[in-house]
Design a protein around this ligand. Structure first.
Ligand code: ATP
Ligand code: MG
Length: 137
């Protein structure tokens, strides 16, 4: 079964909408195969978003991702990667389709509520970055 990585970002955790976001996944055929709440440090967040290291918003992105705890999950289901991206909506919540997680819970392009892997290959690497085999059930 296909797996993807999801992160509920610090803005959504602070708002107290972890349950509402997880409900979107579970109500749409995605199963939570692993889940943990954690505080990222600059090293962990910086390494996670290393592909964006040269982008002008990298510093702010790392600062935001370390501004409070996150919830990291492995989601599993048929076409899990693309399904999660559909449920999330566009990166900028102002452009996100109605009824998507970002349209409903995000405030800005920085504080955009969730992360989701953008390819099946990246998903496998991101899952390994956060979880050991024993933590995925
Ligand atoms: P994520 O990787 O977090 O799931 P995404 O795949 O929709 O989001 P990316 O292009 O991978 O978008 O950008 C990673 C994150 O960097 C975005 O979620 C957003 O918070 C931030 N970001 C992207 N573009 C900008 C921008 N132009 N200005 C500020 N922040 C941005
Ligand atoms: Mg991305």
């Amino acid at each position: 079964m296909e797996q993807t990585l999801s992160i509920i970002k610090p803005d959504a955790v602070k708002k107290g909408v972890i349950g509402k976001i997880v409900d979107r996944f579970e109500s749409n055929g995605l199963r939570v195969a692993a889940m943990k709440k954690m505080q990222l440090d600059a090293k962990k967040a910086g390494d996670f978003y290393a592909v964006h290291a040269e982008r002008p918003f990298y510093g702010e992105l790392v600062e935001f991702m370390t501004s409070g705890p996150v919830v990291v999950m492995v989601l599993e289901g048929e076409g899990a990667m693309a399904k999660n991206r559909d449920l999330m909506g566009a990166t900028n919540p102002k452009e996100a389709a109605k009824g998507t997680i970002r349209a409903d819970f995000a405030d800005s392009i920085d504080a955009n509520a969730v992360h989701g892997s953008d390819s099946v290959e990246n998903a496998a690497n991101e899952i390994k970055f956060f979880f050991s085999k024993e933590e995925i059930v």
